[in-house]
Ligand binder design. Sequence first.
Ligand code: RP5
Length: 167
Amino acid sequence: MAAKKTSPVAVVMGSDSDLDSMKPCIAQLQAFGIDPLVRVISAHRTPDVAADFADNAAANGIKVIIAAAGMAAHLAGALAARTTLPVIGVPMNSGSGVGGLDALLSTVQMPPGIPVATVAIGKPGAKNAAILAVQILALSDSDLARKLTDFRKTQTEKVIEKDKNLE
Ligand code: RP5
């Protein structure tokens, strides 16, 4: 039997239809040298799998969970309810006609006591979820902290360069 993949970061999405929006998240994590555990788990369609995943996440070596879902997006909250690991929620624009606002409100409006760190809708949020996960891990990982500093420096240099190109 193949060994179960382990990673400090899990990227969970409610449907494979969310994968395209979550590619920037996976790519950004990989750019920091993190190969995430990627799963499709639905709070509504596979609630038992979601519960089992959250219950065992910490024991399986996961340190941060990134959860993406669209429409009535309960995945991040449902996972956060069953683990004390930090959960980052990414609202998806599922094409429901309201541009992801449904998922944004469903993800961000957690009751006091069970936080979900909610990022922007879609691809921009997906990228930020990865960076936020790295920032959390970097608190106890000096190598990642160095990579974050470099990432910010490069980002700043790129914007200054773009500004120069307009002159
Ligand atoms: C949510 O419903 C998923 O996260 C997805 O954004 C949306 C639509 O899912 P599919 O019908 O495309 O599987 O649970």
